[in-house]
Design a protein. Structure first.
Length: 120
């Protein structure tokens, strides 16, 4: 289950505002790679909506079936708000409903490029 924990107003490519819902997954215990200490965290992501800000506000606390998964994507720069540090990331967090099959990224190097069957 994931919980709607907030909302934000963003702008599309044409500069028009739209509302995104902020979703948060269940608590997880993670071990820091740097210090080795354990800490509690929860995955977060946003999903687009057609709701007004007023409607989005009423959805805070609502639970939805599904989970938040790590999905590979093209590299992009992310600025950590706390430190201002810039890091290149190659993944994003994505909401997946319980009845939605997970997307699998195929390794295209194992497929024939000439249309002929090639034995491995």
């Amino acid at each position: 289950m994931v919980t709607v924990c907030g909302f934000a107003v963003r702008q599309n490519q044409d500069g028009e505002p739209f509302v995104v819902l902020i979703l948060q997954g269940d608590m997880e215990i993670i071990q820091s790679q740097r210090t080795g200490h354990f800490y509690a965290t929860a995955r977060k992501c946003t999903i687009s909506s057609t709701f007004s800000e007023q409607m989005a506000a009423t959805l805070i606390g609502k639970q939805l079936p599904g989970k938040i998964i790590r999905e590979e994507c093209d590299p992009y720069d992310f600025v950590f708000p706390e430190t201002g540090e810039i890091q290149e990331l190659t993944y994003r967090w994505t909401y997946v409903a319980d009845d939605t099959p997970q997307r699998v990224k195929a390794d295209l190097s194992v497929f024939s490029r000439n249309g002929s069957l090639v034995e491995a």
